[in-house]
Design a protein around this ligand. Structure first.
Ligand code: ZN
Length: 404
């Protein structure tokens, strides 16, 4: 039986309340050999107390040795094996920049590119135009009308954008139009199954109009489209876990992934601080069984390669933590979706330090502080990230026994 089916069978509609606090890219590495990691360097008396009172361990987001993107890494934390449940690239890109993707929609990633007078691509990334230039081009494309389909389009970073097509009978089974080469024209959209013929034709009509409108707007005078995908129709939290769940996050992608698993997305502002987010968790706490709160800057500072700034973000989370603990959650999980060591300036595969705190029901371990090496000695050991949800539900007394 698939694990989520097991959850669907064993979960109770009542029980304790669960808080999942994710510091994106939490895991790190020592700045120099033999030194301390970001988390080990940070002064975190509140998290140390939870580590002392609870169980700790290191989570493996996707599989050993695999550095994940934040999308699949969050799916794993939500209890969905990311190798089984796949969110297509077009959907991730679209939700990542705040477009709404619903069942039956087709979401697509786009790149601006440069074509010459013969229509051949000379630069697949349009000279890496800045985001403002991408936004101007998107303005030109925004009101292209194609019969029978609603199209939303939004600029991403630099030369990237995303679009979502909504209408009857659309199919994501369309091949990329990016030929992955220069000196040749973009490919026409081509259906990879008969049911997608009409979608491909609609896309080609859109592409023709886009080409006309971008003419003369070098270096971004054409587009390529990739990653055609539709809403993955993931099992929802209320069905598999019987949880009324909410998400408090600032960045669109995390809101998007939460929405795909059926969480309510609580409105936040783009400049909300960690304290603002925690305050919002407090405001909605009584209305939900499960709240996921996402902190982004740990990952951002890791990607900047700024070790000290990442330490400061972790300390800021710890200083604000009492606002969450005062809500008296029955189960608290503190973890990251993956590691982003400042020395790497990128996501990495290293297992992620994790605290599972639930007074009275946890297995004690000798761990006294929250850090990578300390968690190596924790009761949870090194475990697949999708195991966290069943553990949290068990601690919340929301699971009945399996079998007689
Ligand atoms: Zn992440």
């Amino acid at each position: 039986m698939a694990k989520l089916d097991l959850m669907r069978e064993l979960t109770l509609p009542q029980g304790g309340k669960i808080l999942l606090l994710v510091m994106d890219g939490l895991g790190g590495l020592p700045r120099e050999q033999g030194g301390l990691t970001e988390l080990e360097t940070a002064r975190t008396p509140n998290m140390d107390r939870l580590a002392r009172e609870g169980s700790t361990g290191l989570s493996i987001p996707v599989s050993r040795g695999i550095a994940p993107g934040s999308g699949p890494a969050h799916l794993a934390l939500f209890g969905y094996d990311p190798l089984v449940y796949d969110i297509g690239r077009g959907v991730l890109e679209a939700i990542g920049i705040g477009l709404d993707v619903r069942e039956g929609d087709v979401a697509i990633r786009g790149n601006f590119c440069t074509i010459d007078e013969n229509g051949a691509i000379t630069d697949r990334r349009a000279g890496r135009i800045p985001t403002e230039e991408g936004e101007k081009r998107v303005e030109l494309l925004k009101d292209i009308q194609i019969d029978g389909v609603d199209i939303s389009i939004r600029a991403g970073e630099g030369y990237r954008f995303a679009m979502v097509m909504r209408g009857e009978g659309l199919s994501p089974e369309v091949a990329d139009t990016d030929p992955q080469a220069t000196g040749v024209p973009p490919l026409p959209a081509k259906a990879t199954s008969p049911s997608a013929e009409r979608t491909a034709e609609l896309v080609n009509r859109w592409l023709e109009e886009a080409r006309k409108r971008l003419k003369g707007h070098e270096p971004a005078n054409m587009v390529t489209l990739r990653g055609f995908a539709t809403d993955p129709n993931l099992p929802k939290y209320r069905d598999v876990y019987k949880l009324k769940a909410a998400c408090v996050a600032v960045y669109p992608m995390y809101k998007g992934v939460s929405q795909l698993v059926g969480m309510d997305v609580i409105p936040t502002g783009p400049h909300d601080s960690i304290a603002d987010e925690f305050r919002k968790v407090g405001e909605i706490w009584n209305d939900y069984d499960f709240v996921f709160c996402h902190v982004k800057p740990t990952d951002s500072r890791g990607e900047d390669g700024d070790f000290d700034a990442k330490v400061a973000v972790i300390e800021e989370v710890d200083q604000n933590l009492p606002a969450l603990l005062d809500l008296k959650p029955d189960v608290v999980i503190i973890t990251g979706d993956h590691s982003t060591p400042a020395t790497y300036r990128a996501h990495s595969w290293h297992p992620v330090p994790t605290i599972l705190w639930a007074p009275g029901t946890h297995m004690t371990d000798p761990v006294e502080t929250f850090g990578e090496r300390a968690c190596l000695g924790g009761a949870l050991g090194q475990f697949p990230a999708p195991d966290l949800m069943p553990l949290a539900l068990a601690h919340a007394r929301r699971l009945v026994k399996y079998g007689a």
